[in-house]
Design a protein around this ligand. Structure first.
Ligand SMILES: [Zn+2]
Length: 411
């Protein structure tokens, strides 16, 4: 049986690392808090009988061997980094659930044919270097030089942060990248981060696809000046241009009515950033997602054209840097079938649903069969200290995860 008490206790203990006064967590990748979290999770992995290592991309990996040593592993993964003031469940339940699956087998003395690995991927959220899914991209060979040059708010590059964490980024290609077929299957359990399961009164759901996010960093260049002496008609205020572009993102997405396309400006840096200074430069993010890649790219194209026009009209400079562009991904039909079959044995009706959020699973799908389980969360709230999922729901998700992992690891 899945140990509810242990699951709950571990979720709460991990939530204490980087705890914020609002009751949430701030655990940025490769930080002091991340190190502490990795050490705690690593101790749990060892208790579950796993060998543990951190690969050169900062992924924490636990592995338990099967009866056939050379067999490709079944991998269960998610992440333990968080957004700046996030919740206790996002990513965490997938890693703790994965450890529970292995610990349960270990305690019952069940040894499947294949090895099982549990991975906590590095910087899934992208909240430190503003570029997410780093660890899983590294694992499928989808990172480039630019990823290492990105800087955090203190001006430290990701390369420096990796080195300071005791890792050697030069070894990523050799030691992190896994080729097509090197993994038998990849499974991820995650909170839904949306309202669908709650609406359907279903504790868990089976994911059939993940929307593809496109993420761009836009810089609007104006001219800084004195807020008291510079007349209104002589200004090149970068923030006013940026604000107009943010509203344009909303307008364009609204124009698509019933389509699930969503656009967000969630990060904005105003420079030089003084209350008495006209903003000279603004750097901000535009995030657009859809399950239809063509429609999503069309929205991005319209945003870019419109933003260029706004900047021209206001006499502002404009630059557009693509930070992330991932295709929408379908979950493996054969894993979905196993999930349906196993959930029926548990006498559960699991609805099929789409993931609007990005997950490490969508990268892993590049090299292996992938499946995801969603757990209902309160009011669909996530990336917020109020994020909450009921332990009974998490335990059901973990039970399904366990059944599916065991099934896949036995053949
Ligand atoms: Zn997550």
């Amino acid at each position: 049986m899945i140990n509810h008490g242990r699951l709950e206790e571990r979720i709460q203990s991990l939530g204490m690392i980087g705890a914020t006064p609002e009751g949430g967590v701030a655990r940025l990748s490769l930080s002091k808090e991340d190190r502490e979290a990795q050490m705690l999770v690593s101790a749990w992995m060892q208790k579950a009988g796993m060998e543990v290592r951190v690969d050169p991309a900062g992924n924490l990996i636990g592995r338990i061997e099967g009866t056939r040593r050379e067999a490709q592993p079944v991998v269960i993964g998610s992440h333990i980094d968080s957004v700046v003031n996030g919740g206790k469940y996002d990513g965490v339940i997938g890693v703790i659930g994965g450890i529970e699956v292995v610990q349960h087998l270990h305690e019952e003395g069940i040894k499947p044919l294949r090895p099982i690995e549990v991975i906590a991927f590095c910087e899934e959220e992208g909240s430190r270097f503003q570029s997410g899914l780093f660890g899983s991209r590294a694992m499928v060979g989808a990172i480039n030089e630019q990823d290492f040059e990105l800087v955090d708010q203190q001006g430290m590059t990701r390369r420096e942060a990796l080195i300071q964490f005791g890792l050697d980024p030069k070894k990523i290609k050799e030691e992190v990248v896994r080729r097509q077929g090197a993994i038998q299957a990849y499974l991820e359990m995650h909170i839904e981060q949306g309202p669908v399961l709650e609406l359907l009164q279903a504790p868990i759901g089976i994911v059939n696809g993940i929307a593809g996010p496109a993420w761009v960093e836009v810089t609007v260049q104006g001219k800084a000046g004195h807020a008291g002496t510079l007349p209104m008609n002589m200004r090149q205020d970068a923030l006013l241009g940026a604000a107009q572009i943010a509203l344009l993102v909303e307008d364009i997405c609204h124009a698509y009515q019933d389509a699930p396309v969503v656009g967000t400006v969630g990060h904005m840096e105003v420079l030089p950033g003084g209350a008495n200074t006209v903003p000279g430069r603004v750097v901000f993010s535009v995030d657009v997602r859809d399950i239809d890649k063509g429609r999503r790219d069309e929205v991005m194209r319209q945003v870019k054209t419109g933003a260029q026009q706004i900047c021209e009209q206001r006499g502002l400079g404009f630059s557009w840097n693509e930070r992330l562009n991932l295709d929408p991904v379908e979950c493996s039909p054969s894993i979905i079938d196993v999930m349906k079959e196993q959930s029926l044995k548990m006498k559960l009706q699991c609805p099929l649903l789409i993931s609007g959020a990005g997950h490490d699973a969508q990268l892993m799908a590049v090299i292996t069969e992938m499946g995801m389980i969603f757990v209902r969360c309160k009011d669909g709230v996530s990336h917020n200290p109020a994020e909450y999922a009921d332990i009974a729901d998490i335990a059901l998700g973990t039970e399904l995860l366990s059944r599916v992992a065991l099934h896949l690891a036995s053949q």
